[in-house]
Ligand binder design. Structure first.
Ligand code: ATP
Ligand code: MG
Length: 324
């Protein structure tokens, strides 16, 4: 893999009033990779992205895009990047093609060049047959495709996508993943945010899990799962009221790395299932817990997220943390 550094982020902070939305982030994005920022709502993903694309000034720290500082060389940076915001900026009355033409004029493309690129992009995102309909008549997936075409119009070296598939149906999400992979195959560097674990897992070459404005861990999905070590044994108990006592008994036993309650049982992280399973079954038996279902699997990205943030991505931040 090409290890040329496309984006270099160094101790980046962004504070709103006294709230640290981005808190001392350092990471690098390699040329030609799909890099993800994965985190729950309010983690600081959009703020980070908006700083990288020069829309926000960092409170402290620096970021450079292909060697150009996002503050000092903002004009140069803007010629190198495309951006697809989280909130779509589509004017419902213009047609898809008119949106792209308007942008072409903003980017000072010649008429011929604009026409050529717009036709290519409409084809790329499968909107050729809908290009001359008002965008207000588009489905959610079609609007997102138009957003992506808009981001690609300046022919950027690096494309920034903020939550590219938020709220889309499965089919549309898969199509967008296909486009992103195609852009990578053409040599583009892609930085995207997501709060979907499956999206980060399947699409990103490397990702940073961010929470409360900080990077909790960074690596390829496979590296992050391997780093967690061991397997996950998931138990479903017949009586949910037995879960807490079993949790207490299992915690701290030698073969067991961590225990976490789920809605119907426990997820137990173990060094090796062969060693841990007899101990788990023994303990359950001793406490009179009837096990309805048991399975084990390699760690998933969900498990990585939980191990580094202390909660599932869908769980809200505990009161004490959000208040601090
Ligand atoms: N313009 C602003 N003024 C004040 N606070 C802001 C502003 N923009 C964001 N914040 C705060 O900064 C934090 C990070 O917000 P950000 O939008 O970067 O999160 P996010 O990870 O993109 O979340 P989401 O998944 O909801 O898009 C949040 O606590 C948010 O309330
Ligand atoms: Mg956001």
């Amino acid at each position: 893999m090409d290890r040329t550094i496309a984006i270099d982020v160094n101790r980046l902070c962004k504070t709103y009033d006294s709230h640290k939305a981005v808190d001392d982030l350092s990471f690098q994005v390699y040329a030609g990779e799909i890099f993800g920022l994965l985190g729950p709502n309010g983690a600081g993903k959009s703020t980070t992205l908006r700083t990288l694309i020069t829309l926000l000034h960092p409170t402290s720290g620096t970021a450079s895009i292909l060697g150009h500082d996002t503050v000092r060389d903002a004009d140069t940076v803007r010629t190198l990047i495309g951006y697809v915001p989280q909130e779509r900026a589509i004017d419902r009355f213009l047609t898809g093609r008119e949106h792209l033409q308007l942008l072409g004029a903003l980017y000072h493309l010649s008429k011929d060049e604009a026409t050529k690129r717009i036709n290519e992009l409409l084809k790329l995102v499968d909107l050729e047959n809908h290009a001359d309909r008002p965008a207000k008549t588009y489905s959610g997936g079609m609007k997102r495709k138009l957003d992506i075409a808009c981001g690609l119009l300046p022919n950027p070296k690096i494309l920034f996508l903020d939550e590219p598939t938020l709220g889309l149906d499965v089919q549309s999400r898969l199509r967008i993943w296909e486009y992103v992979r195609m852009l990578k195959a053409r040599g583009m560097t892609v930085v995207m945010t997501t709060n979907y674990l499956d999206e980060a897992d399947q699409l990103c070459d490397r990702l940073a899990i961010i929470d409360g404005g900080k990077i909790k861990t960074l690596g390829s999905p496979v590296e992050l799962k391997i780093a967690l070590g061991g397997d996950i044994v998931s138990l479903t108990l017949k009586e949910a009221d037995r879960i807490p006592s079993l949790e207490i008994e299992l915690k701290g036993r030698p073969a067991i790395k961590s225990v976490r309650t789920t809605t119907k049982g426990l997820d137990i992280r173990v060094e090796s299932p062969e060693k841990a399973l007899p101990a788990i079954l023994d303990t359950a038996n001793r406490l009179g817990c009837s096990i309805e279902f048991i399975q084990y699997n390699r760690p998933r990205l969900d498990d990585v997220f939980i191990a580094h943030t202390g909660r599932a991505i869908t769980e809200s931040i505990p009161e004490t943390e959000s208040a601090s």
